[in-house]
Design a protein around this ligand. Sequence first.
Ligand code: ATP
Ligand code: MG
Length: 599
Amino acid sequence: MSLENKEAAASTPSDFIRDIVAAHVAENKYPCIHTRFPPEPNGYLHIGHAKSICLNFGIAREFGGVCNLRMDDTNPAKEDIEYVESIQADVNWLISAWADDKLGLKPKNGTPEILAADGKRDFYRPAVTKADREKSGGTFEPFYASDYFDQIYEYAEELIEKGKAFVCDLTPDQTDEYRRNGLESPFRNRSVEENLDWFQRMKAGEFADGVRTLRAKIDASAPNIWLRDPLLYRIKHVEHHQTGKKWCIYPMYDFAHCLSDYIEGITHSICTLEFEVHRPLYDWILESLELPRPLPHQYEFARLALGYTIMSKRKLMQLVDENLVTGWDDPRLPTISGIRRRGVTPEALRNFAYNIGITKYNGVTDVSVLEYAIREDLNKRSLRRLAVLRPIKVVITNFPEGKTEELDAINNPEDENAGKRKIPFSRELYIERDDFAEVPPPKFFRLKPGGEVRLKYAYIIKCEEVVKDAAGNITELRCTADLDSKSGGATSARKVKGTIHWVSAAHAVDAEVRLYDRLFTVAEPDADGDFKKHLNPHSLEVITAKCEPSLKDASTEQRYQFERLAYFTLDFDFKPDKLVFNRTITLKDTWAKEAQKGA
Ligand code: ATP
Ligand code: MG
């Protein structure tokens, strides 16, 4: 094995689901491994979905398969085209240049290609992938469960004909009560003809919402409540974002999901643990319809829960709707679009989501695992820049007025090819307020009265005088520079304990800087059911920073490290005359320090 392959093999996770898939590949169980990622378009995707995307696309990648993106759109009242579009954008961003060639899509507005191999089974040909798309040049779109509403309806009639489904006239509340108590519906024993008639009239729009449902006829008192004659269809007079006014009855998730998997030829239907109890129903539906093999099979894994955040779309929507954040893409949210806007790269998010491990045990992943992945990635790719977030002015009294010197600065010590740039040095500079202490604590190696410090890439300076205004605030530090101490100078090797960053006052450009921190103050904000109580009041601070002039050309594609401070990215709110940076993450884990202090 070449080194490269060894690394690739070592970085490919292994877990119980991959073991199962590998065994199926070894025994040639399926013509092609086919997974899917099935979000409901009722909100934006979050980092938990990223775990599922990386698992499903990762498997397609590792086993030469395909992964469909399918909108699980059976609940039109809660869905919206905005979510459909954001989901597509987020998935594309996360898998770009990694698994986008595995993405299964269907031809836009085209008739799906139907395979009727056995004259009975209809499914899309193993989905069209990027390679096919490039060949055919057409346009493609995700799959939708609503693509199959006609087929799913036919399957429902088939269940009725087999005596395995009935139309029930209990109200929703009565149905719940009967199911809780394991009681049979009084409508359970209607004849096939009667059921077909009622069901067709439900479809035709004769009844109001909630008046009738179609239910599976399994076992009203089954130990597993999901098998107690569960609902298959309900009446909802709601327009659908894909099918418009065509339908006023919609299939339930459990009915639509297994059939959508079947129709698309999915082999491994992977979902989170809460669906484990639904699996018998998933299998019952496919078995009862006596569909030709192979049937898809459902596998469950533990969902991602991450410390210091919440992960349910419903709760995220509350934060958005109540303006507690600026939108679904607020950089403080664990949404994929928020994480992207914050400056995290798809590689970093994948490194996290792909490698956290797939298990059957629910637990909370420490947010420091995510933060580590982000820092590791940004350290490699970020351009180093000098910027001062909370400036204090420094005047170098022995440096000539009006003179500008161009000094060499290294763009990225982690990347030889990143080269160097020039930064201007002049008589008036800004340094960080924190880097000066009039009354220094012990071991303070930065600037203090009478003390020396090195300015990064420049001279050693000494603080000679502290200038204050009438109120006693420091307005200026007057310093002298050892003019032989810059790189290549006679005293360049002279050691001083501290090195600090700076920018030339005359050349600095202003930037709005958004300092983001964790959105919640506690590791499990929802533990007591009142997550809004734990919002971090300091999760966003907006300041104006002084930046070295090269940052005028900053781009949203680039990542930056403001030296000694943090990683930053240009926010898309920037304008040609106004820089706006988001702090992606601090250089070090400041929360770990806090935790230690507290201990
Ligand atoms: P939420 O419960 O967070 O609102 P959801 O389960 O309703 O999310 P779906 O759109 O139904 O969201 O999810 C699409 C897929 O993503 C499903 O297969 C689901 O199992 C998976 N998924 C959702 N949340 C997580 C998570 N936290 N970790 C891993 N996978 C997840
Ligand atoms: Mg769900």
